[in-house]
Design a protein around this ligand. Structure first.
Ligand code: ZN
Length: 697
């Protein structure tokens, strides 16, 4: 079951009764042409004033205007007044408003915004008007828990803090617009108050020099929590279904070298209780949050390191870069071109190094150090020639050993996008194992043995629209060839006269369709649990089987959001589908209901703009529903419109979420427990996907 998403139902603009004395208002008129949605609109209305906490905002570079009955304002002028930070991402066309620990995201022309990852709906979206970004002031301010008012007499919008919040109406559609009733099960995640756990206390480290572990204690087992970093300077821990009873809710004496304060509070009560604990951090801190053995507490561990010196020595044919920290720094290195350089990143560290490290050797022409971001030290070596490198660790320093690259017998045909391996007569092409890790931007091929005597080790940079570089090395006794992807690619392995060829192309050019599949939940997020079944495990089992069916199909390129017990965020699951340019996104979940008789399969989809004909989300939902019901012999519960789920509303490609069965129903449980049935479901979904892709080719 999907975690219940908070929906803010935006009240219609209030009509304020103007009773009593009539005041004389000298209102100015705003007359201008507003260009938006590709059309110029004549605008001639009385000016709209904005008051924030009683103070009128003047000097806005563009005036507030009314579009479709909603007041639209330039974000910065208004929200910086309340102490918020406003940021703009031109790539994704998103406006971010960051206030205390809240993050509101509005996308141009999208009716769905998010607050701390929870979706809300607005009737008028943010728009580009006369080349400026205007946002709906009410939707954004209410998302930040401001009270928004409208005085019709003076045409003034008021934003006030610390005023009791108007009641939030939860949107609960009665049916999905296709005659299917939407049942109550979306509310079953809301725990009755007596089922809530209590968060009791936060303990601090013994001293600034001891292990930097903070412990958040609860009275019962913590079932669900989420953590994220805000502005690089705050770690937020959200504990679900939890009442805040923390005795020390504002800790300023932290006994810590890295955390300056810890605050706890009841972040939310409706629809789900969330206790939020916020850690204010110094620079250069990495953190890990884990459940204790008895699951009654969360341990929050912080690590920091300072990098204070770098030495470069000659050793035989190698050069040795020694990087010293308080403890041995972890190094993540990467070769980059051009100019050819070795980038060495040290996460969770503060730089005490000079900017210019004054190094000049056979391999290195210069070396610099910088605090790359709040938590990463970056050391960059400009190189005189192509090298290979190896990283290892000593007591209190890290070693990056560099030597001349030995990569050989591998070339790249830039005209035809082929990686050519010479002298491959003894290599069985069928024994090559490949894995496209598009989530991490790499496509790796493992040869059946160690062939470093033929191919050596090293990196070559290529000029291609598909890949950036080719790296050759040895892992676990096998030579690997790793391509760094610039986009989604297909690779076909061919044998030709003692050569191996890796033919690269775009999936759409080689005739392949791209399918992204998603196993719901994962890691700390179990999803629903009932009758001894854990939802995340069933979802994963079906997805692993489905992945194999899809991978074996020559006409399909498949990516999975996860193939193990990990937790990609819901946004990143949708983004994978968007970035891959998927033809179809399929998310797998299981249902639960308070009514134990409720059983069967339903498929959810959302309204996607521009999906009017061909393969739409709704058509995909209808087709896959039929295939799953046939394969699993489950009751057909219909397709349901659900615009509140991030994996459905943030995907820009046809997307469905299959609720395969009810883990709370005896018949469904008996069915899903058998691996034979889970395999039949995976095969059914596969057949449904093939059917869809063929019909809408
Ligand atoms: Zn679920």
């Amino acid at each position: 079951m999907f975690k219940y998403m908070k929906m803010l139902f935006l009240a219609a603009a209030c009509t304020v009764l103007t009773l009593g004395a009539v005041s004389t208002v000298y209102a100015q008129r705003v007359k201008m042409n507003l260009v938006y949605d590709g059309v110029s609109h004549k605008y001639d209305e009385e000016e709209i004033k904005i008051k924030v906490n009683g103070k009128e905002i003047t000097g806005m570079d563009v005036p507030a205007v009314s579009i479709n009955g909603r007041t639209m304002v330039p974000a910065r002028a208004i929200f910086e007044e309340i102490g918020a930070e406003v940021a703009w991402n031109g790539g994704t066309q998103e406006v971010y408003i960051i206030h205390d620990s809240d993050v509101v995201t509005l996308q141009i022309d999208s009716n769905i915004g998010t607050v701390n990852g929870y979706a809300f709906v607005m009737d008028t979206p943010a728009k580009i008007v006369n080349d400026r970004t205007l946002i709906p002031v009410r939707a954004a301010a209410e998302a930040l828990k401001y009270n928004v008012g409208w005085d019709d007499a003076t045409r003034t919008v008021t934003l006030d803090k610390n005023v009791p919040k108007p009641p939030v109406v939860e949107e609960k559609p009665e049916n999905d617009g296709y005659g299917n009733e939407v049942d109550d099960k979306i509310n079953t995640d809301i725990e009755a108050e007596d089922e809530l756990i209590g968060v009791k206390s936060v303990s601090v480290p013994a001293s600034a020099t001891s292990d930097q572990i903070f412990t958040i204690k609860a009275n019962e087992e913590i079932e669900d929590f989420e953590t994220f970093i805000l502005n690089d300077t705050r770690l937020v821990v959200d504990i679900y279904n939890a009442k805040n009873n923390v005795s020390n809710s504002n800790i300023t004496k932290t006994n810590s070298s890295v955390v300056t304060a810890v605050r706890s509070g009841q972040f939310q009560k409706d629809p789900v209780y969330i206790t939020r604990v916020v850690f204010d951090l110094k620079v250069g801190v990495e953190s890990e949050v884990r459940l204790s053995k008895d699951k009654k507490s969360l341990e929050v561990e912080f690590e920091t390191n300072s990098v204070h010196s770098v030495d470069v020595l000659k050793q035989g044919k190698s050069e040795i870069i020694e990087i010293y920290g308080d403890t041995a720094p972890m190094v993540e290195a990467e070769l980059a071109g051009w100019p050819l350089r070795l980038i060495m990143d040290i996460p969770g560290a503060v730089s005490e190094l000079d900017k210019n490290l004054g190094v000049s050797t056979k391999f290195i022409s210069s070396m610099t150090a910088e605090q790359y971001d709040n938590k990463t030290v970056r050391i960059t070596a400009e190189l005189n020639e192509n090298i290979e490198y190896e990283i290892y660790y000593k007591d209190d320093y890290a070693v990056v050993e560099i030597k001349e690259a030995t990569i050989d017998n591998i070339s790249f045909d830039e005209d035809d996008d082929i990686v050519v391996l010479e002298g491959a007569g003894s290599i069985d092409a069928d024994a090559i194992v490949d894995f496209d890790d598009f989530n991490n931007g790499t496509y790796i091929f493992y040869l059946p043995d160690d062939y470093s005597d033929i191919y050596g080790k090293g990196t070559i940079f290529v000029d291609s629209k598909y890949i950036e570089k080719i790296e050759v090395g040895v892992k676990n006794g096998k030579t690997y060839i790793e391509l760094t992807e610039k986009r989604s690619i297909s690779v076909k392995i061919k044998e030709k006269k003692g050569k191996l060829q890796l033919q690269i192309s775009a999936p759409e050019i080689s005739g392949e369709k791209i399918v992204v599949i998603d196993a719901g939940h994962g890691l700390h997020d179990n999803g629903a649990s009932a009758n001894g079944l854990i939802e995340k495990e069933i979802n994963l089992d079906i997805v692993q089987r489905l992945y194999e069916y899809l991978e074996d199909d020559e006409n399909i390129k498949v990516y999975a959001t996860r193939l193990d017990d990990s937790y990609p965020t819901n946004i990143s699951r949708a983004q994978l589908a968007n970035q891959a340019g998927a033809d179809l996104f399929v998310s797998i979940h299981q249902n639960t209901g308070e009514n134990l008789d409720a059983k069967g399969t339903e498929v959810l989809y959302a309204t996607h703009e521009g999906e009017t004909s061909g393969l739409t989300s709704k058509v995909a939902a209808q087709t896959l529903l039929k295939y799953v019901c046939d394969a699993a012999d489950t009751e057909n519960r219909g397709v349901k419109l659900r615009n509140d789920l991030i994996v459905l509303n943030q995907t820009k490609v046809p997307a469905v979420l299959i609720e395969v069965c009810f883990m709370t129903n005896e018949d469904d449980v008996e069915m899903i427990e058998r691996s034979k049935n889970r395999d039949a479901i995976a095969e059914g979904i596969y057949n449904g996907i093939v059917d869809l892709l063929a019909r809408y080719d």
